[in-house]
Structure formats: structure tokens, C-alpha cells
Design a protein around this ligand. Structure first.
Ligand code: SF4
Ligand code: SF4
Length: 125
């Protein structure tokens, strides 16, 4: 199929054109973690024109030794703090963390394909 992305080692493909009609399922829904590295925090704070310390306080939380972006809860649904619910778009798209950039090609989904099919309409099996 034209435009479908495949990756070695993955038993599914991904059609990125589905993102335009999807409401951002990978950024909203059940609560989860959006891990970010110190370098990614630097990039995101620069992108927003904020000091690193302010960015960290406003948008991230510590989970053990790791750092995740915060979520916003509304009526039992969670969304990433950078997801614009009106525009259905990521507000920091060019500098989003690697975890977001590599979705849906996460090793976890090879063994849990039903999970990603339920979440992402772009999955091709
Ligand atoms: S869930 Fe899939 S189709 Fe929807 S925005 Fe995310 S990657 Fe695109
Ligand atoms: S950083 Fe952007 S792409 Fe990643 S979960 Fe948040 S809104 Fe979605």
C-alpha cells in the first residue's frame, strides 16, 4: 500500500495519512508516561522560549529517576500537557520526545498488537 511505513523487526505497518483524520489517540486517553531525556528537555524549553528550570517545573514530573511530561485530566480522560485539545495537535511537534517520534514502532506492540490496533487507526496488519 502506498505511503505505508514499515520497519525491520516489526510485524505491522503504519499509514501516517490516518493522523489527519485521527483525534490524536496517541496523545490522549488512559494515563501514561511520556518519558523525556535532559537533551529533550533542553530542546523543548528552547522551542518554547522558556528557561529549563521553569519548563521542568511547569510541564514535567519526576517518576523515580526518570522524567515524564505531565498530563491533564478531564472527566476521567488524560491528555499530554502539550496536546491542544481544540486543534487536536501537538504544540511542540518539531521537538517532541523520541517516545512520541517513534510511535507506533515500539517493541512492546509487537507482542501486544491488539493494544496498538485499538489505539491507532493507522496500523496496518
Ligand atoms: S493514534 Fe496513530 S493515527 Fe492517531 S495521531 Fe497517533 S499515530 Fe496518528
Ligand atoms: S509531546 Fe506532543 S506528540 Fe508527544 S504525547 Fe505530547 S502532545 Fe503528543
Amino acid at each position: 500500500m502506498q505511503g505505508v511505513i514499515t520497519k525491520e523487526g516489526f510485524n505491522f505497518g503504519f499509514d501516517p495519512f490516518k493522523c489527519s483524520s485521527c483525534e490524536g489517540n496517541c496523545c490522549i486517553g488512559e494515563s501514561g508516561y511520556i518519558w523525556c531525556t535532559p537533551k529533550e528537555i533542553d530542546d523543548m524549553s528552547q522551542f518554547l522560549g522558556e528557561k529549563r528550570g521553569e519548563f521542568t517545573l511547569k510541564y514535567t514530573k519526576k517518576v523515580g529517576y526518570k522524567i515524564s511530561l505531565c498530563e491533564i485530566e478531564s472527566k476521567g480522560n488524560f491528555s499530554c500537557i502539550f496536546f491542544d485539545l481544540d486543534k487536536k495537535a501537538c504544540q511542540i511537534y518539531p521537538v517532541r520526545p523520541k517516545q512520541c517520534r517513534t510511535f507506533p514502532f515500539w517493541k512492546h506492540f509487537n507482542e501486544n498488537i491488539k493494544e496498538v490496533v485499538k489505539e491507532c487507526p493507522g496500523i496496518i496488519i
